[in-house]
Design a protein around this ligand. Sequence first.
Ligand code: PRT
Ligand code: ZN
Length: 283
Amino acid sequence: MLRIAIQKSGRLQESSLQLLKESGLSFANGKDQLKTQVRNFPVEVLFLRDDDIPQYVEDRVADVGIVGENVWAEKQKNNDLVRRLDFAKCRLSIAVPRSETYTGIRSLQGKNIATSYPVIVQGFLNKHGVQAGIHEISGSVEIAPGIGLADAICDIVSTGSTLLSNGLKEVEVVMQSEAVLIATPGLAPEKKTILDQLLFRIEAVQSAKNNKYILLNCPNTSIEKITSVIPGMKSPTIMPLNREGWSSLHSVVNENDFWEKIGVLKSLGAEGILVIPIEKMIA
Ligand code: PRT
Ligand code: ZN
């Protein structure tokens, strides 16, 4: 039995549940439950506050957990980062009042920085040889300069609109973050086997999200060039069209360079291009 801790409510909750469900785990989401048993896989899901998850994983109350990389880095618990999960992407940044002149990290020398991430901020300042005061606060960090509590803040930024509406500007990115799967080091072999099976499934879900199935018609003379643009998993499938000199070509294309490749395919004579989502992808 593997115990997985996820956030009880908040920004990580929905995507964490979705990832487990897309990995084929079936369980009741019970809003008021502390834990639930997965019906079709040897896993128990615990619902906790995100800040508590690294400690619970260190204490082996949970074997693995899903948290923001920022929380993992701040807590410095005995946790291995097993995999990045590609959701809840954000950055931890330093911001100062917009009216302030900022010429570089040296501008922070002697200043007071309000943050909920004192460990990460201290590490960042040390790395750059800057001495500044750190004022730890647990919430509403962005109002600190406005009420005279600090000269600068370090907080999570996603779109930047919170900084903007508080008269602040982002001046340093301290770290990029996304949801990560963490695990207690040295899992028992039985738990490790279950985790490996789960990771296999997560990988299939993630690859599927990052790729699309693509079908197109092309003149036979272009098959070779098109194959080099979209080689697919092993190689594309080619089927003759009921029209002399033409084929239907099926392959897989990555989400990241999708539009660029479509342009190239069109210039190589591809027509009738269909792009279809993939549910699971196993290499
Ligand atoms: O109750 P619990 O302790 O479990 O949750 P929490 O309130 O501590 O955390 P929660 O749910 O707010 O965030 C969980 C994790 O989501 C964080 O640790 C990050 O890893 C990640 N994440 C992703 C974010 C954001 N995006 C985000 N935008 N966490 C917080 N924010 C906040 C930020 O603090 C700021 O107030 O959103 C505001 C900034 O957003 P923009 O879009 O205005 O820039
Ligand atoms: Zn929290």
